[in-house]
Structures are given as structure tokens and as C-alpha cells.
Write a protein that binds this ligand. Structure first.
Ligand code: NAD
Length: 395
């Protein structure tokens, strides 16, 4: 049988574009026709297009008019506009995390650390509402690119929860490393915050997802976040911080450490950490403490492979593991990091939705709950960690 062909477009040609390009090359449930790429910086876009043999578009709308699905691979501040334009054309937007946010007034003087957090939260929720509204009027759906949902460790835990009828009592987890590569990161006006939105959304969405899974399995309805308590800190900006050169330390107006404590509507808990101050590779994990089992989901590092390298230089052209500071000595080398992170499975699943109408695990409701927790969390942090209600959008 001939495979169905899905026409795809890329918006953005940076870091995320590279791993999305690799993942679509592995899609097997349909044929992907990558029509072209549109980006803000002509030179970078042309370099990316030349490397992958695809056309450059100098007009967003013209690209959207020629595709079935569009990968939104730009800083979060531009997600809403592009996703809504796609939905208006019944084109499925694959929106990289975070779904959207609040980015201030656009002025250079804007400082996310001191801005009015209630206003910031309301702006973020209004942006979510506009995206959900556009989705409700479209035949296409938002595909929320949260790779943690599709990571093999999280999907195996889904099976455990569904088949054992588990009640999750507490989850704790983390995403951390020694600092983002993106120059835009560190400016609230581009990223909508710091560690909490940039990294915290990963373990947070995974935790929110697993409580949804539990609710579906036990009662036929999702268990949702009810309140959040959060703290944020700017450790590398402390007056007394001693910069030894191993951590990125040029953040403009965002936090580099966040703690998010969620209480769900059944009274159970999730506690997540996110930071830019952890050396030795990324630290991505989620532990589930349930009434009938305990699970540790290790996304990175994992124990699948370990190498000992006595001479740093001899591994010069060998990829070891994300954000490792040195290749000398023992390393938890990743034989297939994209698979362990769920990138490949995520893109396969999304193309299954576009081509065959498959149900979406990481959907707009999960994305909306994530944004609602994060920006209520920013309000909580501004109030010294006071508990703040999480506003829910209809499921
Ligand atoms: N899932 C993950 O683990 C993961 C990892 C990295 C980044 N991301 C997400 O991917 C998205 C992009 O991040 P990145 O690291 O690739 O950033 P990047 O800075 O490397 O690349 C961003 C690209 O977007 C382009 N761009 C910026 N504004 C634009 C606009 N208005 N219209 C068109 N193009 C525009 C830039 O020219 C650049 O090509 C972000 O939402 C980020 O959170 C996800």
C-alpha cells in the first residue's frame, strides 16, 4: 500500500530545527514532503535550507498555504502568532515547548524580575485562550511538542499506571544543566521567563500528563492541577557569586533556579526543580511514588552505556552526552539520546495524527495546564512562595 504523503514546513532554523529535521527523516507511518523553511534571519535560514536541500520562503503565509503541518521552532514569543495563522488555514502546528507565555511590553527597559506578576500571568493565560479559541474553530489541532511525554521511560510508566490502577501520591523531578546555548535565552522578552518556563515545563508537563493518565484510567476524566507554590532565585547574579567559568552567567532579567510544588485537584502532589547551575551533563529525571509502586524515570543520564576515556582528545569527534563539560574519565555515554528523550517517538506520533487522525497524547489541554501552572508559579514566587490557585481551561 502506498504511504500517505504529508507536506511539512519549518519556521525557524536554529537548534530545535536541527533535531526536528533528524526526527522527520525517521518517520515511517507516512511520507514526509518537507516543502520549505521560513526564518527571520535570511543567512541562517539559507544555510539550513542548503544543508537539507529544501526551499527558502521569504513569506510565512505563502509557506503555510502549501503545507499540512508546520513545525514552530522559534522563540516562545512568536509561537502564538504563527500557530494561530496555521490553525486559520487548517494546518496542524507542531508547537515546541513552551506553548506560549507573557513577554512584557517589548521595551528594552522591561525587567521580568520586577514586573507585575499578576499582569504577566493574565497576559499568558489570555494568549493560551486565543490559541485554544483558534484551535476550536479549525479542523487542525495543536500538537504540543513536549518530548518528555513520549520518552520511553514516561510511556512505560503510563503502562504501569494504566494496568495496575495506581494512585500517584507524589512525583518529584528535575530538568537542569549548565546553561542554555540560545543567545535569546536569558531575556524575558523572548523566552517569557527563566528556568521555570525554559526547563521546568519538561518535568512539569510529564507530571501533569501522568496524573491525566491516572485519572483517565481510574475515573474516565483527567486529574488536573489545582494550586501551585513556587520559588525562583538568580544564583549566578548574586553579588557574591564567584564565576569559575563553568556555568553560563549572563542572564539578563530571568531566574536560573526554580522550585514548583503542585497540588492536584485530588490533593496529591508533584515537586519539580529546574535550574541552570548543574554541571556534568543534563539532569533530567522524574520519580513516581504511588500507592502500589515506585518508579524512577531517567531520561538523561541513563545507565544504558558507560565509557571510560583516559585521554580527552581521542573522543574529539565522538558525541558523548548532552552538555557534558569534559569527555575525559567515566561518562554515561548516550547511544541514542534522541530516542531516550522521546524526540523520535513524538514526531512519529504527530505525523500519525496528521496523516491518520491518531489521538494526541501531548495536546493543547496539557500545554494549557502547563502554562497556567508556570505563570501562577511566577505569581507565587513574587509573593514569597504563597499558594496560588491554578486557573483551568475547559478540558
Ligand atoms: N524540546 C526541547 O528539548 C527543546 C530544546 C531546545 C529548544 N526548544 C524550543 O524550540 C524553540 C526554538 O528554540 P531554539 O533553541 O531552536 O532557538 P534558536 O535561537 O536556536 O533558533 C530560533 C530560530 O527562530 C528564528 N526566529 C526567531 N523569531 C522568529 C520569527 N518571529 N519568525 C520566524 N523565525 C524566527 C531565528 O532566526 C532562529 O532560526 C523554543 O520554543 C525552545 O523552547 C525545545
Amino acid at each position: 500500500m502506498t504511504k500517505k504523503t504529508v507536506r511539512a514546513g519549518f519556521i525557524g532554523s536554529g537548534f530545535a530545527a536541527r533535531f526536528h529535521r533528524e526526527a522527520i527523516a525517521k518517520v515511517y507511518g507516512c511520507t514526509v514532503d518537507l516543502v520549505g523553511v521560513f526564518g527571520r534571519t535570511a543567512k541562517n535560514t539559507q544555510t539550513f535550507a542548503a544543508a537539507h536541500g529544501i526551499d527558502v520562503f521569504d513569506n510565512l503565509e505563502r509557506l503555510l498555504d502549501q503545507v499540512d503541518v508546520v513545525h514552530v521552532l522559534v522563540p516562545a514569543a512568536a509561537h502564538e502568532e504563527i500557530a494561530i495563522k496555521a490553525l486559520q488555514r487548517n494546518v496542524f502546528p507542531i508547537v515546541e515547548k513552551p506553548l506560549t507565555g507573557s513577554f512584557g511590553d517589548g521595551s528594552n527597559g522591561f525587567d521580568g524580575r520586577t514586573a507585575d506578576r499578576a499582569q504577566i500571568r493574565d497576559q499568558a493565560l489570555a494568549s493560551v485562550q486565543r490559541m485554544l479559541h483558534a484551535e476550536s474553530r479549525s479542523t487542525a489541532k495543536i500538537l504540543y511538542a513536549e518530548n518528555w511525554v513520549y520518552a520511553p521511560a514516561i510511556q512505560k510508566e503510563r503502562e504501569v499506571i494504566e494496568k495496575t490502577g495506581a494512585q500517584i501520591l507524589w512525583m518529584h523531578g528535575e530538568e537542569a544543566h549548565s546553561g542554555s546555548h540560545s543567545p535569546a535565552y536569558g531575556h524575558w522578552k523572548y523566552s517569557g521567563g527563566g528556568s521555570m518556563i525554559g526547563k521546568g515545563v519538561h518535568p512539569l508537563s510529564a507530571a501533569l500528563y501522568l496524573k491525566r493518565v491516572e485519572g483517565r484510567a481510574r475515573f474516565g476524566r483527567a486529574i488536573r492541577p489545582a494550586t501551585v507554590t513556587a520559588r525562583t532565585h538568580c544564583l549566578t547574579q548574586l553579588e557574591g557569586y564567584v564565576d569559575a567559568g563553568h556555568l553560563r552567567a549572563d542572564y539578563q532579567d530571568v531566574e536560573d533556579f526554580a522550585l514548583i510544588h503542585v497540588v492536584f485537584d485530588d490533593g496529591t502532589l508533584a515537586t519539580l526543580f529546574a535550574s541552570e547551575i548543574v554541571m556534568g551533563g543534563v539532569h533530567n529525571w522524574l520519580e513516581v511514588c504511588a500507592n502500589n509502586h515506585r518508579t524512577q524515570c531517567n531520561l538523561n543520564p541513563t545507565d544504558m552505556m558507560q565509557t571510560y576515556n583516559p585521554v580527552d582528545k581521542q573522543f574529539d569527534d565522538i558525541y558523548v552526552v548532552e552538555k557534558i563539560g569534559t569527555k575525559q574519565g567515566w561518562a554515561k555515554t548516550a547511544p541514542d539520546e534522541d530516542h531516550a528523550h522521546g524526540f523520535v517517538q513524538e514526531i512519529e506520533a504527530f505525523y500519525g495524527t496528521v496523516a491518520h487522525g491518531d489521538a494526541i497524547e501531548s495536546n493543547s489541554q496539557l500545554a494549557a495546564d502547563t502554562i497556567s501552572v508556570v505563570y501562577s508559579g511566577y505569581l507565587s514566587a513574587a509573593r514569597g512562595g504563597a499558594e496560588v490557585e491554578v486557573r483551568q481551561f475547559d478540558d
